[in-house]
Write a protein of this length. Sequence first.
Length: 188
Amino acid sequence: MIEISCFYIDYNHTPFNITFIRYDKFIKVFYQGKSIVVALEYFSNDQMLFQFYILSLLCTENTSMISRRTAIDGNNIYGVSTEKIGSQFTFTGRYDFIALENSSFKNPFLSQEPKRETSIKKQLKFLRMIHNIFDLYLDPLNAIRVYQNKMIRDVSIERIVEYEKRINVLCCIRRFNRDIYSTIKKFL
């Protein structure tokens, strides 16, 4: 089964877009028009790249679905519905269409799995490029913590709002007789 995920951050009007396409045995990584293919068994060796993969999974709305838009010239552009991150590393909860870089006119779900990995030399060059850029701007582990705190805060706020609504309803029906009050309380 093929999965696609994307991590997109708009840092000071410079977009950073890392896209991952996961196949059965390999994972393909796209960044700034370049791509590498890594075997899944060796993928977790690079800690930063693996953390970006986790972030992309958290930010992608549905990893088993690809979105399609039609360009002005009539060609199809494929992309992923991903949560864009702002320059202050804020997770908004809104999902936007992010076009795929290299395979904009090809549906990755119809592509075949790569037969082999990219050479070690090309992988190291690609990873060095990612480390040089992201060591300056973004710590992926910190972004995961920010995302986790946002999710915990959102869940707790939702529970508080739900609890307050329940109290409001019970206060409003308090003036009715005890049978009606207890019946409604069972459903809340």
